[in-house]
Design a protein around this ligand. Structure first.
Ligand SMILES: [Zn+2]
Length: 295
């Protein structure tokens, strides 16, 4: 019998999120050998972030004790939209100054490793097919609950990237026709009514979160959203109402996507998911109307 030798080769994974950047060293079977997490540097300076990433990667590899000649390369999950062909990040939300940053080439130059860039939602879907067990096979969507909302798509065990690498941009599905105006001009898109930044603003308007801070960076939004979730966990009625309403809105978007693609499963994840999982799973199940299949 043949088996993969886990220590035969290694890879580095980086997840760039506006709030937190996560680094891992993985062995050949995908097990995490070493990991670290840093607050994503703020400001409008992608070059500084790339330099910080390179330093962190160097430390992480050194700590892992892995021989650098056995590292096959580096995979980077970045917020969309991206330009897959050029490895470019195109104006992602809450990362001011990141307009068409050639992240793949810059990180390759800074680290010396070959680099692949994929959209965060797609990377999550790929990870699910590798490590999700039974939930990572067949046809499913991966609802990515991060700074924004997107979905990774897997159909018949194939990850769907789309022609430009940006499949799964579901942010402009209208889920609340009377909701706030979105930057696209429509009202009540899921991205203008149910992402953490919006929920935090609702909590400020409801008087349950302090409204003095600007909350323009990913880290600030994450911190405030965490406070909102703490209030909901403690039973604050206004906080619970905000979270529950957002769950219903997200469920409407999920319903549109699942009916369009005729998938058998919805997997939720992403950096903000664990804080809202309990409330969402209750609401989404009630709202999700799966496609009716012939008997
Ligand atoms: Zn919109």
């Amino acid at each position: 019998m043949l088996r993969l030798n886990p220590g035969g080769m290694y890879a580095i994974g980086v997840h760039l999120d506006p709030a937190v950047t996560t680094f891992v060293v993985l062995d050949l079977v995908g097990a995490v050998v070493q990991h670290s997490r840093i607050r994503t540097p703020g400001g409008n300076d992608p070059a500084a972030v790339i330099s910080t990433m390179a330093t962190e990667i160097e430390h992480l590899v050194a700590e892992s004790g892995v021989d650098t000649t056995r590292i096959a390369g580096l995979g980077l999950a970045a917020p969309g939209p991206i330009d897959l062909d050029n490895g470019t990040v195109v104006d992602p939300p809450l990362l001011p100054g990141w307009d068409r940053v050639e992240l793949r080439d810059a990180l390759a130059k800074a680290t010396g490793y070959s680099v692949l860039v994929d959209k965060d939602v797609t990377s999550a879907a790929v990870a699910e097919t590798w490590a999700g067990g039974p939930s990572g096979s067949g046809s499913f969507i991966f609802m990515y609950m991060g700074t924004g909302i997107g979905c990774g798509i897997v159909l018949n065990d194939e990850v769907v990237r789309g022609t430009s690498g940006n499949a799964g941009e579901i942010g402009h599905i209208v889920v609340d026709p009377d909701g706030p105006v979105c930057d696209c001009g429509l009202r009540g898109c899921v991205k203008s009514s149910a992402i953490p930044q919006v929920l935090v603003a609702e909590a400020v308007a409801a008087g349950i979160l302090d409204g003095s801070g600007k909350r323009t960076s990913g880290a600030e939004v994450q911190q405030s959203f965490s406070q909102l979730c703490d209030l909901a966990d403690a039973g604050d009625a206004k906080a619970l109402a905000i979270i529950d309403k957002s769950a219903v809105l997200v469920a409407r978007a999920v319903s549109v996507v699942t009916n369009t693609l005729d998938v058998e499963r919805v997997v939720f994840g992403g950096p903000f998911w664990s804080r809202i999982a309990d409330r969402y799973l209750e609401k989404v199940r009630r709202w999700w109307t799966p496609t009716v299949r012939p008997a």
